[in-house]
Write a protein that binds this ligand. Structure first.
Ligand SMILES: *[C@@H]1O[C@H](CO)[C@@H](O)[C@H](O)[C@H]1NC(C)=O
Ligand SMILES: *[C@@H]1O[C@H](CO)[C@@H](O)[C@H](O)[C@H]1NC(C)=O
Ligand SMILES: *[C@@H]1O[C@H](CO)[C@@H](O)[C@H](O)[C@H]1NC(C)=O
Ligand SMILES: *[C@@H]1O[C@H](CO)[C@@H](O)[C@H](O)[C@H]1NC(C)=O
Ligand SMILES: *[C@@H]1O[C@H](CO)[C@@H](O)[C@H](O)[C@H]1NC(C)=O
Length: 347
Protein backbone atom coordinates (compact mmCIF):
# COMPACT_ATOMS: atom_id res chain seq x y z
CA UNK A 1 0.00 0.00 0.00
CA UNK A 2 1.37 3.45 -1.05
CA UNK A 3 1.45 6.20 1.51
CA UNK A 4 -0.25 9.47 0.52
CA UNK A 5 2.18 12.16 -0.73
CA UNK A 6 1.66 15.35 1.25
CA UNK A 7 4.70 17.36 0.33
CA UNK A 8 3.47 20.04 -2.10
CA UNK A 9 0.45 20.78 0.06
CA UNK A 10 2.46 21.10 3.25
CA UNK A 11 4.86 23.57 1.62
CA UNK A 12 2.05 25.86 0.65
CA UNK A 13 0.40 25.37 4.00
CA UNK A 14 3.61 26.54 5.69
CA UNK A 15 3.56 29.76 3.65
CA UNK A 16 -0.03 30.19 4.74
CA UNK A 17 0.97 29.68 8.37
CA UNK A 18 3.76 32.26 8.06
CA UNK A 19 1.20 34.82 6.83
CA UNK A 20 -1.09 33.96 9.72
CA UNK A 21 1.59 34.25 12.39
CA UNK A 22 2.88 37.54 10.93
CA UNK A 23 -0.57 39.08 11.24
CA UNK A 24 -0.60 38.49 14.97
CA UNK A 25 2.99 38.48 16.11
CA UNK A 26 3.38 39.56 19.76
CA UNK A 27 6.83 41.04 19.36
CA UNK A 28 8.33 42.93 22.30
CA UNK A 29 11.90 43.60 23.42
CA UNK A 30 13.32 45.98 26.00
CA UNK A 31 16.37 47.22 27.91
CA UNK A 32 16.39 48.45 31.49
CA UNK A 33 19.32 50.86 31.66
CA UNK A 34 20.91 50.71 35.09
CA UNK A 35 23.57 53.44 34.75
CA UNK A 36 21.36 56.38 35.86
CA UNK A 37 20.19 54.37 38.86
CA UNK A 38 16.77 53.63 40.28
CA UNK A 39 13.98 55.78 41.61
CA UNK A 40 12.23 55.02 44.88
CA UNK A 41 8.54 54.12 45.10
CA UNK A 42 6.23 57.14 45.52
CA UNK A 43 9.08 59.53 44.68
CA UNK A 44 8.54 62.67 42.58
CA UNK A 45 10.38 60.89 39.74
CA UNK A 46 7.77 58.17 39.71
CA UNK A 47 4.95 60.73 39.78
CA UNK A 48 6.51 62.55 36.80
CA UNK A 49 6.93 59.30 34.92
CA UNK A 50 3.30 58.41 35.55
CA UNK A 51 2.12 61.77 34.30
CA UNK A 52 4.09 61.16 31.10
CA UNK A 53 2.48 57.74 30.76
CA UNK A 54 -0.98 59.33 31.06
CA UNK A 55 -0.11 61.92 28.41
CA UNK A 56 1.11 59.20 26.05
CA UNK A 57 -2.17 57.31 26.09
CA UNK A 58 -4.40 60.38 26.04
CA UNK A 59 -6.13 60.92 22.68
CA UNK A 60 -5.92 64.68 23.24
CA UNK A 61 -2.10 64.73 23.29
CA UNK A 62 -0.81 65.98 19.93
CA UNK A 63 -0.08 62.89 17.82
CA UNK A 64 2.54 64.82 15.83
CA UNK A 65 2.70 62.17 13.05
CA UNK A 66 3.57 59.48 15.54
CA UNK A 67 6.38 61.24 17.41
CA UNK A 68 6.08 62.26 21.07
CA UNK A 69 8.66 64.45 22.81
CA UNK A 70 7.55 64.89 26.41
CA UNK A 71 9.02 66.05 29.69
CA UNK A 72 7.60 66.40 33.20
CA UNK A 73 8.81 67.84 36.52
CA UNK A 74 11.84 69.83 37.56
CA UNK A 75 15.46 68.95 38.10
CA UNK A 76 16.55 66.62 39.71
CA UNK A 77 13.30 64.69 39.23
CA UNK A 78 12.67 65.71 35.65
CA UNK A 79 11.67 62.86 33.35
CA UNK A 80 12.14 63.00 29.59
CA UNK A 81 10.36 60.65 27.22
CA UNK A 82 10.21 60.01 23.49
CA UNK A 83 7.85 57.70 21.74
CA UNK A 84 7.78 56.82 18.07
CA UNK A 85 4.95 55.03 16.30
CA UNK A 86 5.54 53.05 13.15
CA UNK A 87 4.94 55.31 10.16
CA UNK A 88 2.05 53.18 8.93
CA UNK A 89 0.12 53.21 12.21
CA UNK A 90 -2.72 55.56 13.12
CA UNK A 91 -3.10 57.36 16.46
CA UNK A 92 -5.73 54.90 17.75
CA UNK A 93 -3.55 51.90 17.03
CA UNK A 94 -0.47 53.61 18.39
CA UNK A 95 -2.12 54.59 21.68
CA UNK A 96 -3.26 51.08 22.40
CA UNK A 97 0.24 49.70 21.78
CA UNK A 98 1.93 52.49 23.73
CA UNK A 99 -0.35 51.48 26.58
CA UNK A 100 0.85 47.90 26.22
CA UNK A 101 4.49 49.00 26.06
CA UNK A 102 4.05 51.11 29.21
CA UNK A 103 2.55 48.13 31.03
CA UNK A 104 5.45 45.92 29.91
CA UNK A 105 8.13 48.41 30.98
CA UNK A 106 6.45 48.99 34.36
CA UNK A 107 6.60 45.28 34.93
CA UNK A 108 10.06 44.53 33.51
CA UNK A 109 12.01 47.68 34.51
CA UNK A 110 10.00 48.56 37.62
CA UNK A 111 12.38 51.10 39.24
CA UNK A 112 14.79 52.07 36.46
CA UNK A 113 15.10 55.76 35.79
CA UNK A 114 15.94 54.93 32.19
CA UNK A 115 14.44 52.24 29.97
CA UNK A 116 13.57 51.49 26.36
CA UNK A 117 10.82 49.26 25.02
CA UNK A 118 10.48 48.09 21.41
CA UNK A 119 7.05 46.96 20.43
CA UNK A 120 6.05 45.87 16.96
CA UNK A 121 4.08 49.10 16.54
CA UNK A 122 5.98 51.66 18.62
CA UNK A 123 9.18 52.48 20.50
CA UNK A 124 9.13 54.11 23.94
CA UNK A 125 12.13 55.59 25.76
CA UNK A 126 12.34 57.49 29.02
CA UNK A 127 15.27 58.81 31.05
CA UNK A 128 16.40 61.49 33.47
CA UNK A 129 18.24 63.26 30.63
CA UNK A 130 17.18 65.08 27.47
CA UNK A 131 17.57 62.70 24.55
CA UNK A 132 16.04 65.00 21.95
CA UNK A 133 18.14 65.25 18.79
CA UNK A 134 20.76 62.79 20.07
CA UNK A 135 21.50 59.90 17.77
CA UNK A 136 22.04 56.73 19.81
CA UNK A 137 23.13 53.35 18.45
CA UNK A 138 23.04 51.41 21.70
CA UNK A 139 21.47 49.35 23.12
CA UNK A 140 20.53 47.28 20.09
CA UNK A 141 18.25 44.36 19.50
CA UNK A 142 18.34 42.01 16.52
CA UNK A 143 15.74 39.28 16.13
CA UNK A 144 15.72 36.88 13.21
CA UNK A 145 12.40 35.26 12.45
CA UNK A 146 11.17 32.61 10.10
CA UNK A 147 13.25 29.99 8.40
CA UNK A 148 16.36 29.99 6.26
CA UNK A 149 15.78 31.50 2.86
CA UNK A 150 15.91 28.82 0.19
CA UNK A 151 17.67 31.17 -2.26
CA UNK A 152 20.04 33.01 0.10
CA UNK A 153 22.16 34.62 -2.61
CA UNK A 154 19.27 36.24 -4.44
CA UNK A 155 17.56 37.02 -1.15
CA UNK A 156 20.55 38.79 0.41
CA UNK A 157 21.31 40.70 -2.75
CA UNK A 158 17.75 42.02 -2.99
CA UNK A 159 17.66 42.72 0.74
CA UNK A 160 20.89 44.72 0.72
CA UNK A 161 19.70 46.80 -2.21
CA UNK A 162 16.23 47.36 -0.76
CA UNK A 163 17.48 48.37 2.70
CA UNK A 164 20.00 50.82 1.24
CA UNK A 165 17.37 52.37 -0.97
CA UNK A 166 14.80 52.69 1.83
CA UNK A 167 17.41 54.06 4.24
CA UNK A 168 18.16 56.88 1.82
CA UNK A 169 14.49 57.71 1.44
CA UNK A 170 13.80 57.62 5.19
CA UNK A 171 16.83 59.81 6.05
CA UNK A 172 15.55 62.31 3.50
CA UNK A 173 12.08 62.31 5.09
CA UNK A 174 12.21 65.65 6.89
CA UNK A 175 11.59 66.71 10.49
CA UNK A 176 8.04 65.28 10.78
CA UNK A 177 8.72 61.68 9.87
CA UNK A 178 11.59 59.55 8.63
CA UNK A 179 9.92 56.36 7.39
CA UNK A 180 10.09 54.29 4.21
CA UNK A 181 8.51 51.03 3.13
CA UNK A 182 8.92 49.04 -0.05
CA UNK A 183 9.59 45.73 -1.69
CA UNK A 184 11.92 44.23 -4.24
CA UNK A 185 11.70 41.12 -6.36
CA UNK A 186 14.42 38.50 -6.02
CA UNK A 187 16.49 38.25 -9.17
CA UNK A 188 14.86 35.78 -11.54
CA UNK A 189 12.37 34.47 -8.98
CA UNK A 190 8.74 35.01 -8.24
CA UNK A 191 9.48 36.02 -4.65
CA UNK A 192 9.69 39.43 -3.02
CA UNK A 193 11.35 40.86 0.05
CA UNK A 194 9.35 43.50 1.93
CA UNK A 195 10.92 46.00 4.34
CA UNK A 196 10.33 49.09 6.43
CA UNK A 197 12.95 51.40 7.93
CA UNK A 198 12.40 54.32 10.30
CA UNK A 199 14.42 56.88 12.25
CA UNK A 200 13.33 59.02 15.13
CA UNK A 201 12.50 62.27 13.27
CA UNK A 202 14.49 64.46 15.71
CA UNK A 203 17.84 63.13 14.46
CA UNK A 204 19.42 64.80 11.45
CA UNK A 205 19.41 63.37 7.94
CA UNK A 206 23.06 62.37 8.29
CA UNK A 207 22.54 60.76 11.71
CA UNK A 208 19.51 58.85 10.42
CA UNK A 209 21.57 57.55 7.52
CA UNK A 210 24.43 56.40 9.74
CA UNK A 211 22.07 54.85 12.31
CA UNK A 212 20.39 52.83 9.56
CA UNK A 213 23.77 51.88 8.09
CA UNK A 214 24.80 50.52 11.50
CA UNK A 215 21.58 48.63 12.04
CA UNK A 216 21.70 47.26 8.50
CA UNK A 217 25.21 45.92 9.12
CA UNK A 218 23.84 44.28 12.25
CA UNK A 219 20.91 42.81 10.32
CA UNK A 220 23.14 41.40 7.59
CA UNK A 221 25.06 39.64 10.36
CA UNK A 222 22.40 38.48 12.79
CA UNK A 223 19.66 37.77 10.25
CA UNK A 224 21.68 36.65 7.26
CA UNK A 225 19.84 34.09 5.15
CA UNK A 226 16.64 34.38 7.20
CA UNK A 227 13.21 35.08 5.80
CA UNK A 228 12.53 37.81 8.36
CA UNK A 229 14.15 40.09 10.90
CA UNK A 230 13.51 43.00 13.25
CA UNK A 231 16.43 45.15 14.39
CA UNK A 232 16.27 48.14 16.70
CA UNK A 233 18.45 50.81 18.17
CA UNK A 234 17.15 53.80 20.17
CA UNK A 235 17.21 56.14 17.15
CA UNK A 236 16.23 53.83 14.29
CA UNK A 237 14.92 50.41 13.33
CA UNK A 238 14.27 48.16 10.37
CA UNK A 239 12.23 45.07 9.65
CA UNK A 240 12.02 42.77 6.64
CA UNK A 241 9.84 39.78 5.77
CA UNK A 242 9.10 37.56 2.78
CA UNK A 243 5.43 38.56 2.83
CA UNK A 244 3.71 41.93 2.89
CA UNK A 245 3.41 43.13 6.52
CA UNK A 246 3.09 46.93 6.36
CA UNK A 247 0.29 49.26 5.43
CA UNK A 248 0.09 52.58 3.62
CA UNK A 249 1.77 55.32 5.64
CA UNK A 250 -0.52 57.90 7.18
CA UNK A 251 -0.05 60.91 4.85
CA UNK A 252 1.89 63.96 5.98
CA UNK A 253 0.61 67.49 5.30
CA UNK A 254 1.32 68.80 1.80
CA UNK A 255 2.73 65.45 0.75
CA UNK A 256 1.39 64.11 -2.53
CA UNK A 257 -0.88 61.06 -2.18
CA UNK A 258 1.29 57.94 -1.83
CA UNK A 259 2.28 56.70 -5.24
CA UNK A 260 4.20 53.55 -5.91
CA UNK A 261 7.14 53.98 -8.19
CA UNK A 262 6.87 51.78 -11.27
CA UNK A 263 3.37 50.83 -10.20
CA UNK A 264 4.60 47.61 -8.66
CA UNK A 265 2.80 48.10 -5.34
CA UNK A 266 -0.67 47.35 -6.58
CA UNK A 267 0.39 44.26 -8.50
CA UNK A 268 2.16 42.96 -5.43
CA UNK A 269 -0.91 43.46 -3.27
CA UNK A 270 -2.92 41.50 -5.79
CA UNK A 271 -0.27 38.82 -5.86
CA UNK A 272 -0.22 38.70 -2.11
CA UNK A 273 -3.98 38.30 -1.99
CA UNK A 274 -3.84 35.53 -4.57
CA UNK A 275 -1.12 33.73 -2.63
CA UNK A 276 -3.16 34.01 0.58
CA UNK A 277 -6.29 32.69 -1.12
CA UNK A 278 -4.43 29.83 -2.77
CA UNK A 279 -2.63 29.07 0.47
CA UNK A 280 -5.91 29.10 2.43
CA UNK A 281 -7.53 26.65 0.05
CA UNK A 282 -4.41 24.52 0.05
CA UNK A 283 -4.24 24.74 3.84
CA UNK A 284 -7.73 23.34 4.15
CA UNK A 285 -6.92 20.65 1.59
CA UNK A 286 -3.81 19.76 3.58
CA UNK A 287 -5.76 19.30 6.77
CA UNK A 288 -8.20 17.07 4.92
CA UNK A 289 -5.34 15.14 3.29
CA UNK A 290 -3.59 14.67 6.61
CA UNK A 291 -6.84 13.57 8.21
CA UNK A 292 -7.38 11.05 5.42
CA UNK A 293 -3.80 9.80 5.64
CA UNK A 294 -4.09 9.34 9.41
CA UNK A 295 -7.33 7.50 8.83
CA UNK A 296 -5.68 5.27 6.20
CA UNK A 297 -2.69 4.70 8.46
CA UNK A 298 -4.91 3.68 11.34
CA UNK A 299 -6.51 1.14 9.06
CA UNK A 300 -3.29 -0.14 7.48
CA UNK A 301 -1.20 -0.24 10.66
CA UNK A 302 2.33 1.10 11.22
CA UNK A 303 3.52 0.32 7.67
CA UNK A 304 3.55 3.96 6.54
CA UNK A 305 5.26 5.43 9.59
CA UNK A 306 8.78 5.73 8.18
CA UNK A 307 7.63 7.41 5.00
CA UNK A 308 5.48 9.85 6.96
CA UNK A 309 8.40 10.75 9.22
CA UNK A 310 10.55 11.49 6.19
CA UNK A 311 7.87 13.77 4.84
CA UNK A 312 7.74 15.65 8.11
CA UNK A 313 11.50 16.16 8.11
CA UNK A 314 11.50 17.28 4.50
CA UNK A 315 8.78 19.86 4.96
CA UNK A 316 10.87 21.64 7.59
CA UNK A 317 13.35 22.64 4.93
CA UNK A 318 10.79 24.85 3.18
CA UNK A 319 11.84 24.62 -0.43
CA UNK A 320 10.08 27.47 -2.12
CA UNK A 321 10.70 26.12 -5.59
CA UNK A 322 7.33 24.46 -5.42
CA UNK A 323 5.59 27.66 -4.46
CA UNK A 324 7.44 29.40 -7.27
CA UNK A 325 6.24 26.92 -9.84
CA UNK A 326 2.71 27.26 -8.56
CA UNK A 327 2.77 31.03 -8.52
CA UNK A 328 4.56 31.42 -11.87
CA UNK A 329 1.39 30.26 -13.50
CA UNK A 330 -0.46 33.07 -11.82
CA UNK A 331 2.19 35.47 -12.94
CA UNK A 332 1.70 34.62 -16.61
CA UNK A 333 -2.04 34.38 -16.42
CA UNK A 334 -2.45 37.72 -14.68
CA UNK A 335 0.41 39.72 -16.23
CA UNK A 336 1.54 40.91 -12.80
CA UNK A 337 4.20 43.58 -12.31
CA UNK A 338 7.84 42.65 -12.57
CA UNK A 339 9.43 44.21 -9.53
CA UNK A 340 10.88 47.52 -8.53
CA UNK A 341 10.07 49.36 -5.35
CA UNK A 342 6.41 49.51 -4.55
CA UNK A 343 4.74 51.62 -1.94
CA UNK A 344 7.61 53.86 -0.97
CA UNK A 345 6.51 56.91 0.96
CA UNK A 346 8.39 60.06 1.47
CA UNK A 347 7.60 63.50 2.52
C1 LIG B 1 0.25 46.30 15.36
O1 LIG B 1 -0.87 47.02 14.88
C2 LIG B 1 -1.67 46.31 13.96
C3 LIG B 1 -2.81 47.23 13.54
O2 LIG B 1 -2.36 48.26 12.76
C4 LIG B 1 -2.19 45.05 14.58
O3 LIG B 1 -2.95 44.32 13.61
C5 LIG B 1 -1.05 44.19 15.08
O4 LIG B 1 -1.55 43.05 15.74
C6 LIG B 1 -0.18 45.00 16.01
N1 LIG B 1 0.99 44.23 16.40
C7 LIG B 1 1.12 43.61 17.56
C8 LIG B 1 2.38 42.85 17.78
O5 LIG B 1 0.26 43.65 18.43
C1 LIG C 1 11.59 68.23 22.96
O1 LIG C 1 11.75 68.17 24.35
C2 LIG C 1 12.91 68.85 24.80
C3 LIG C 1 13.02 68.62 26.28
O2 LIG C 1 11.82 68.91 26.91
C4 LIG C 1 12.83 70.32 24.48
O3 LIG C 1 14.01 70.94 24.89
C5 LIG C 1 12.66 70.48 23.01
O4 LIG C 1 12.44 71.84 22.68
C6 LIG C 1 11.47 69.67 22.51
N1 LIG C 1 11.46 69.75 21.06
C7 LIG C 1 10.34 69.90 20.38
C8 LIG C 1 10.47 70.03 18.90
O5 LIG C 1 9.26 69.91 20.92
C1 LIG D 1 -4.41 50.49 29.01
O1 LIG D 1 -4.29 49.17 29.51
C2 LIG D 1 -5.01 48.93 30.70
C3 LIG D 1 -4.71 47.50 31.13
O2 LIG D 1 -3.33 47.31 31.25
C4 LIG D 1 -6.48 49.13 30.46
O3 LIG D 1 -7.20 48.95 31.66
C5 LIG D 1 -6.72 50.55 29.93
O4 LIG D 1 -8.08 50.72 29.59
C6 LIG D 1 -5.87 50.81 28.72
N1 LIG D 1 -6.00 52.20 28.31
C7 LIG D 1 -6.07 52.59 27.03
C8 LIG D 1 -6.21 54.04 26.78
O5 LIG D 1 -6.03 51.80 26.09
C1 LIG E 1 20.02 27.80 8.70
O1 LIG E 1 21.31 28.24 8.26
C2 LIG E 1 22.32 28.20 9.25
C3 LIG E 1 23.61 28.77 8.68
O2 LIG E 1 23.41 29.47 7.51
C4 LIG E 1 22.53 26.77 9.73
O3 LIG E 1 23.50 26.74 10.76
C5 LIG E 1 21.21 26.22 10.27
O4 LIG E 1 21.36 24.88 10.62
C6 LIG E 1 20.11 26.36 9.21
N1 LIG E 1 18.84 25.97 9.81
C7 LIG E 1 17.97 25.18 9.17
C8 LIG E 1 16.71 24.85 9.91
O5 LIG E 1 18.19 24.72 8.06
C1 LIG F 1 15.21 53.91 -4.63
O1 LIG F 1 14.77 53.16 -5.75
C2 LIG F 1 13.89 53.89 -6.60
C3 LIG F 1 13.36 52.94 -7.65
O2 LIG F 1 14.36 52.17 -8.20
C4 LIG F 1 14.67 55.06 -7.21
O3 LIG F 1 13.82 55.80 -8.05
C5 LIG F 1 15.16 55.95 -6.09
O4 LIG F 1 15.95 57.00 -6.62
C6 LIG F 1 15.98 55.15 -5.08
N1 LIG F 1 16.26 56.04 -3.97
C7 LIG F 1 17.38 56.00 -3.27
C8 LIG F 1 17.51 57.01 -2.19
O5 LIG F 1 18.25 55.17 -3.48
Amino acid sequence: MECPRLLPFTHLALLFLISLTLADDPFFDFHCISKPGNYTPNSPYQANLNSIFSLLISPTTDFNYGFYNLSAGENPDQVYAMALCRGDRTQDVCISFLNETIAQLKQRCPMNKEAIGWHENCTLRYANRDMFGEMEYAPQSCNPSGMNASNPDQFNQALDQLLSNLSGIAADGGHLRKFAAGNLQLMGLFQFVYAIVQCSPDVSQGDCGSCLTQVKARVLGCCIGKWGCRAFSPSCFMRFESVLFYENAVPLPSSPPPTSTRGAGKGNNTTHTIIIIVASVVGVLTVITIAISIFIRRRTGPKCETADDNIKAETLQMDFAIVQVATDNFSDANKLGQGGFGAIYKR
